[in-house]
Design a binder for this molecule. Structure first.
Ligand code: SF4
Length: 410
């Protein structure tokens, strides 16, 4: 009997899930907008799947885990499991070494209808907006296309503020083999961009900081130079989430945790709202003192010392209730110099921790790819880059964490 059931399990057909990118021991799942680090046993399974359907003998556990995370598909289907804050599949002693970027963040525009109190991109918007033109966009497209990242994030500024530029950037990133993510507040005509997102399998990340619209809108107020008084960022964000979920666009919500929102009760209320809206991935960043949040006037925004305990409690309660929502706690605050950016002018930018802003790096007209890689390896904290996108934790994914949870994913 045992032998028969084992045989049934190993006769499953297995293939890489649609859109999944793999680079050595790192896999990216676009449906979840999540990177996973694979130990040698799981990496070996994934390597065999490259471009074909396989049947495995003797790797049932690895296949089941990879399928539960959405890295591979099986026939018959293995249900996806929600997971909480884990990115390591199997066991690892250190994060994989990264020599090429996992993610590049590309400004579609420096314009934005909001003026968030903690905006980390402020220094790449002020002084850029008035001069933004078609030549700048061409340069952004060149640099973005030449950057060998697994994922290209279209950001800003607010991509919905300049939809034509956003469409060109999405198309270029997709054409150069990258998985594409759109970062948005939702403020703008989100419905207009849905067909583009579906066409290029774009994952959309929508920002919402609180279930209480007044709290959210105080942290993310409207910029009256661009939108009418009374525009609610929370209202737009929730409407964009509804439209994305309804249309089948892979969608997650990101929340910046500040002093104002460091509360178990408040965060659980937001979690419940997201579940009600049909969101299956929730990403929480602890506010970092860069950009606007680095200013002395915003010191009271910085999260209190117990913030990690609060977030752990939110994860613990969600796991105990076996709810169908992934929760990812980024290690952004622990790895400040870990991102690669392309400004709206097409410049390469990295965090400048000492100045609380960005360092702009020169790029040549030709030999772009090599120059981008040299800057990446010289100016970005490579260990921090891997750790940032792998949740800053070497804790292994454990099926017990998401036991019994079946997120309704395609
Ligand atoms: S929406 Fe983004 S870019 Fe605009 S102000 Fe807020 S954090 Fe800054």
């Amino acid at each position: 009997m045992f032998a028969l059931s084992e045989r049934r399990r190993t006769s499953q057909a297995v293939r890489l899930a649609p859109g999944v990118r793999v680079r050595g021991p790192i896999a990216y799942v676009p449906q979840r907008d999540h990177f996973f680090a694979l130990d040698p046993a799981h990496e070996a399974v994934v390597r065999r799947l490259s471009g074909r359907t396989c049947r495995f003998e003797g790797h049932e556990d690895e296949v089941r885990t990879l399928a539960g995370l959405g890295i591979c598909d099986t026939e018959p289907r293995t249900p996806r499991c929600a997971f909480f804050g884990r990115s390591v599949v199997g066991r690892m002693d250190a994060f994989p070494q990264v020599t090429e970027p996992l993610v590049v963040n590309c400004f579609a525009t420096a314009h934005c209808p909001l003026r968030c109190t903690y905006c980390h991109a402020d220094d790449l918007m002020t002084g850029y907006r008035e001069q933004e033109d078609a030549r700048w966009l061409e340069r952004v497209l060149q640099v973005a296309g030449a950057t060998p990242a697994m994922v290209g994030v279209v950001t800003g500024g607010e991509p919905l503020a300049r939809i034509d530029r956003t469409a060109r950037l999405v198309e270029r990133l997709a054409a150069t083999g990258k998985a594409v993510v759109l970062d948005t507040s939702g403020v703008g005509d989100f419905g207009r961009i849905v067909p583009l997102l579906l066409r290029h399998r774009v994952h959309v990340r929508i920002s919402l900081d609180s279930a209480d619209a007044a709290v959210n809108d105080a942290l993310r107020p409207a910029n009256r130079r661009f939108v009418p008084l009374g525009t609610s960022a929370a209202g737009y964000a929730q409407e964009a989430i509804r439209q994305a979920v309804r249309a089948g666009v892979p969608c997650s919500v990101q929340t910046v945790v500040t002093a104002r929102t460091t509360s178990v009760v408040g965060l659980l209320a937001l979690r419940d709202l997201l579940i009600e809206l049909g969101v299956t991935t929730w990403v929480l960043h602890i506010v970092v003192p860069v950009g606007k949040a680095a200013g002395p006037r915003q010191a009271s925004l910085l999260a209190p010392p117990n913030v990690q305990d609060v977030l752990d409690e939110v994860v613990r309660r969600t796991a105990a209730e076996a709810l169908a929502i992934d929760i990812r706690l980024t290690g952004t605050h622990l790895a400040p110099n870990s991102t690669l950016l392309i400004s709206a002018r097409g410049e390469l930018a990295v965090e400048d921790v000492a100045r609380g802003g960005k360092k702009i790096l020169a790029l040549p007209r030709i030999g772009l790819r090599g120059a981008v890689l040299r800057h990446f390896r010289t100016h970005v904290d490579l260990e921090g880059h891997a750790s940032r996108y792998l949740n800053g934790s070497l804790a292994a994914y454990d099926r017990a964490i998401g036991a019994g949870v079946t997120a309704p994913r395609s």
